[in-house]
Design a protein around this ligand. Structure first.
Ligand SMILES: *Cc1c(COP(=O)(O)O)cnc(C)c1O
Length: 334
């Protein structure tokens, strides 16, 4: 299938692309652990399986998509390197992938981005160019820099190789834990959810895959209802990795076709999920990384007197763990 508004050579990725990405990532990305927790199983009357991508290289699943994209560069592309725009986890993922593959990387970041993220991106060896997010257009700046320097632009989610790479987290989970009834996935621009849907299609066709977004950034839920891509610019939420204004030209059709449902959670529900991860499971999770679990908890609530997840086997992708410690400690304090 070709995609409108994309060059004619771009077609939607498939399960085979996810399987090929898994081969490219073998021995490079961590095969992250799947954790269990009796307390939560008892509370929900279900069996939960947490795929811990907060323990992935660079602290989030984004390394999978970035590396899968850069590993497919031609020699000429490699020589000029990669460029991206991101204030978050994709920047670090691109920077580390470029270093591992020995190519230059340039990241366009807002000048008020978290100092720790800028520092981490530079530590992985990328050059950082800043812009003013109120007066300048990052995509225009990125396109111009890409042209001037001959660099290849790899966006954070709407790219077939990025989507295929992100799908390898769900692929590993479904291989390790067969017969899942549900899989909950955090949702921003939809790269992780699209890839997870492609993985589930082939490995667990009966598994219901559910996307979870912040209630103030529910553009995907609105898009599915409206039948076209709906934008929410600058949504206000503590889940800073899910602030993408809309789904993309590639992620939207995959999600529309295969997703079971999209649910939303509040910032307060995310904070409670962060506290649960810290207190019960002893893992550090960033607000966006807790979306899927918060969504599973919200979904499991009473519906006509029945707990919806009762007796079910439920996968949860814990998508990332990068959070500044002062900010994190404010979430944990009451
Ligand atoms: C980017 C990100 C997401 C959202 O991923 P999309 O592919 O944009 O939907 C979720 N969690 C974390 C930790 C992220 O960094």
């Amino acid at each position: 299938m070709t995609v409108p508004n994309m060059p004619p050579s771009v077609s939607l990725p498939t399960h085979d692309d996810v399987a090929a990405a898994a081969r490219r990532l073998a021995g490079v990305a961590h095969h992250t652990p799947v954790m269990r927790c009796n307390t939560i199983d008892e509370r929900l009357g279900a069996k939960l399986f947490f795929k811990c991508e907060n323990l992935q290289r660079t602290g989030a699943f984004k390394f999978r998509g970035a590396y899968n994209a850069l590993a497919q560069f031609s020699d000429a592309q490699r020589e000029h390197g990669v460029l991206t725009f991101s204030a978050g986890n994709h920047a670090q993922a691109i920077a580390l992938s470029a270093r591992l593959l020995d190519m230059p990387a340039l990241v366009v970041m807002p000048e008020d981005a978290a100092a720790s993220k800028m520092a981490a991106t530079r530590e992985y060896g990328a050059q950082v160019v800043t812009y003013n997010r109120y007066t300048e257009d990052r995509e225009a700046i990125s396109r111009q820099l890409a042209r001037e320097r001959g660099m290849t632009l790899i966006p954070p989610f709407d790219h077939p190789h990025v989507i295929a790479g992100q799908g390898t987290a769900a692929l590993e989970l479904l291989q390790e834990v067969p017969d899942l009834d549900y899989l909950f996935v955090s949702l921003g621009g939809g790269g992780l959810l699209s890839g997870s849907l492609l993985a589930a299609q082939a490995l667990a066709p009966r598994c219901k895959v559910i996307g979870v977004e912040p209630e103030t950034a529910n553009d995907a839920q609105q898009s599915l209802r409206a039948g076209h891509i709906v934008r929410i610019p600058n949504p206000h939420t503590i889940a800073d990795g899910a602030q993408a204004p809309s789904l993309g030209e590639l992620t939207y059709p995959i999600i529309r076709e295969h997703v079971e449902d999209i649910v939303t959670v509040s910032d307060q529900q995310l904070i409670e999920a962060l506290r649960f991860f810290a207190a019960r499971m002893k893992v550090v999770v960033e607000p966006t990384g807790a979306l899927a679990f918060a969504g599973a908890q919200a979904f499991s609530g009473e519906d006509d007197g029945a707990k919806l997840l009762h007796g079910e086997r439920v996968g949860v992708i814990v998508s990332g763990g990068n959070v500044d410690l002062p900010r994190y400690s404010r979430f944990l304090a009451d």
